[in-house]
Design a binder for this molecule. Structure first.
Ligand code: ADP
Ligand code: MG
Length: 262
């Protein structure tokens, strides 16, 4: 049998790449061709290189999509979190969580503390890590979540909505404590937390201690039932200290200003 590799027909190659949905290779054809002429890699190395370019590109676009779908209000990272300012929690325990084993174990994280101590920052930073690692994440402020669930109730799609939210590996509920919930909203959050229990991970932030959660939900027993499920497998952090937002007003200036005249 005579085996022969025919001379490439550019148009057919491009059509085939399109058919196989390899748009990136199509875009970089000229560049990689030029590189190969320069470097003369083995044919296998060349093939591996080109295929890898498509894979990298695909990973990147999917990551961007996941990042967008997560709806983070801003991007925050663990690297920019100053643990010497916020020293009521151990850096090690947060970095342990950043391995994201808690998502595999379907565990929850709860950040409690007054305004400005870094609760949302840490929640987002862990969420960002999860997105980068390939997990589906969704950030909600509690106010937005309640509004969305109310809207879903109004058009008879509450179950679908909750199930869709639970398709995420990690759901962040930020700012529990600023709005009190009526019976309907309390029930919606109860349903979400119950369905997420041992099935999905939640990160919850709150300015209220657990003892005060009764005032948030319609009654103590709903609050207790929600806490029961949330806390069964949970990492709880009590953040204390001053607000990072007003730190400059708290820190005394240490640099002397010398004025030289003459
Ligand atoms: P909280 O959610 O507890 O009210 P945030 O996480 O929103 O507070 O923090 C308020 C602002 O201060 C944010 O811009 C956040 O990035 C920043 N911040 C808070 N704590 C720290 C910290 N320890 N290191 C760096 N930035 C911080
Ligand atoms: Mg916050």
């Amino acid at each position: 049998m005579i085996r022969q590799i025919p001379t490439a027909d550019r148009k057919t190659l491009e059509q085939n790449l399109k058919r196989l949905r390899l748009p990136h290779i199509r875009n970089i054809l000229d560049d990689v061709n030029e590189l190969a002429l320069e470097e003369e890699p083995s044919y296998l190395d060349f093939l591996a290189y080109v295929v890898n370019k498509e894979v990298e590109h695909r990973d990147k676009t999917q990551q961007e999509k996941r990042m967008k779908r997560a709806c983070f209000p801003q991007i925050k990272t663990l690297e920019e979190f100053d643990f010497s300012f916020q020293n009521s929690i151990s850096q090690q325990s947060i970095y342990d969580l950043a391995t994201l084993q808690f998502i595999e174990a379907k565990e929850n994280i709860i950040f409690l503390g007054p305004p400005g101590v870094g609760k949302s920052h840490l929640a987002i930073a862990l969420g960002v890590k999860a997105v980068l690692k390939g997990y589906q994440v969704r950030f909600y402020t509690l106010t937005d979540l309640i509004a969305e669930l109310y809207a879903a109730l109004a058009d008879n799609s509450l179950d679908r909505k909750i199930n869709n939210i639970l398709k995420n590996d990690l759901i962040i509920l930020d700012e529990l404590g600023y709005v009190s919930m009526d019976e309907t909203a309390s029930d919606h959050i109860f349903q979400l937390v119950t369905k997420a229990y041992e099935n999905r991970s939640l990160i919850v932030t709150s300015n209220l201690d657990f003892g005060e959660w009764g005032t948030l939900f319609v009654n103590m027993s709903t609050a207790a039932a929600i806490l029961d499920r949330l806390l069964h497998h949970a990492h709880v952090f009590n953040l204390r200290g001053n607000s990072y937002r007003v730190r400059n007003r708290l820190i005394q200036p240490t640099t002397k200003i010398t004025v030289t005249t003459g």
